[in-house]
Design a binder for this molecule. Structure first.
Ligand code: SF4
Length: 373
């Protein structure tokens, strides 16, 4: 590999399997040789997890978009009397999943919602329980560290007790990665002071991992954070992963400004920034096996290219995405499984359908589905 000028020492470290420092991470964000950065991240991806790219055949369930937290970067959450506000009944949620079940390969659900001002914890659990009872074979990944912190506050239960209840009654098998945003008190104080702090988000992950519940991690970037804060965020996740080993995948979320309070002041990230952030995440998070290229936020073409920049996970079919489309996501609201398979194969990789804990359900062999893709 031909190291970019001034970056030979970092390349040598990576090739030796040595951990990168905060200073290395910040330097990488100033590197303009994107092709080199991508090749280095791709090398690490190949050594870490081979050629398989994971995807889910899944359905997103957002129980309500009514939310007490008025995060400046969010176009989904709203007050109860705002246009488009909704709160699903148990039956509404079941009907949504029934519709998604028309796909015989549907394997699981991704359940995240707003922090409803009058719903109790029981309101959330009972909806999850109803879904789980009706569809016991579907895996359920659900709720972010922000939601779980909220449930503990409104119920008076500990985070541990909330997690146990969701697991035992609701069939929760893994926790969603959202809500981490940037793990910095400065950024959270400016953008989302009404919800879980950085320490509270990390506490949920640590507690879940201690209970044997795996979780995902994420970073929402491209708003008011500095490049140093991005690196510090990655290091906080890496430190917790050293401690627990419970994170399954890391997701880069570029900020989508449309219809958000912050959108008037901040421009959308460039493809350049998205790809370098993907690559640097792979390089800094040396103890994460999986890095996700979330096509909903990145767009399908960028997510496909990101498979060559360190990613080995491309999320799922989704069924009908709403949270990010409220913020103007330019991607489709869903992808057919065949489309996902084609995207992965065109990148020269092997598609594998998995559950929310990255157990492989089937590896799609060349030519096995609908001829060649
Ligand atoms: S990001 Fe989550 S917590 Fe914040 S306003 Fe949106 S739905 Fe509510």
């Amino acid at each position: 590999m031909l190291a970019a000028r001034d970056y030979q020492d970092i390349e040598d470290k990576v090739l030796r399997g040595e951990r990168l420092t905060r200073e290395d991470g910040v330097r990488l964000f100033h590197c303009t040789d994107l092709a080199w950065l991508g090749a280095l991240a791709d090398h690490v991806r190949r050594v870490t997890c081979g050629d398989i790219v994971y995807y889910n055949v899944n359905c997103h369930v957002n129980l309500t978009n009514i939310c007490t937290s008025h995060c400046a970067f969010c176009a989904f959450g709203r007050d109860a009397d705002a246009k488009g506000a909704y709160a699903m009944t148990e039956q509404d949620a079941i009907s949504l999943v029934e519709d998604a079940m028309r796909d015989p390969n549907l394997a699981g659900l991704h359940v995240v919602s707003g922090l409803h001002p009058t719903w109790t914890f029981e309101d959330y659990v009972s909806r999850l329980e109803a879904i789980h009872r009706r569809f016991p074979t579907l895996y359920i990944k659900g709720f972010t560290g922000v939601e779980i912190t909220h449930f503990a506050k409104i119920s008076g239960l500990s985070v541990r007790a909330v997690l146990m209840e969701l697991k035992e009654r609701g069939g929760l098998q893994a926790i969603a990665g959202g809500g981490a945003e940037i793990l910095s008190d400065r950024v959270r104080g400016a953008l989302c002071p009404e919800k879980a702090t950085a320490d509270e988000w990390l506490l949920v992950a640590r507690t879940a991992h201690g209970l044997g519940i795996k979780s995902n991690a994420s970073m929402l970037y491209g708003h008011i954070e500095t490049l140093e804060e991005r690196v510090d965020h990655l290091i906080r996740l890496r430190d917790l992963q050293d401690e627990t080993g419970g994170f399954q995948t890391f997701i880069c979320f570029p900020f989508l400004p449309k219809h958000t309070k912050l959108g008037e002041k901040v421009k959308q990230t460039s493809m350049w920034d998205d790809l370098r952030t993907m690559a640097i995440s792979r390089l800094m998070l040396d103890n994460f096996r999986n890095i996700k290229a979330y096509w909903v936020m990145l767009t399908v073409p960028v997510a496909q290219v990101a498979l060559g920049f360190g990613a080995n996970d491309i999320d799922g079919t989704v069924h009908k995405e709403t949270i990010l489309h409220d913020a103007g996501a330019a991607s489709p609201v869903a992808l057919a499984e065949d489309q996902i398979i084609r995207i992965i194969r065109e990148a020269g990789r092997r598609p594998a359908a998995c559950d929310c804990n990255f157990n492989i359900l089937r590896i799609v062999d060349e030519g096995a589905r609908h001829g060649q893709h």
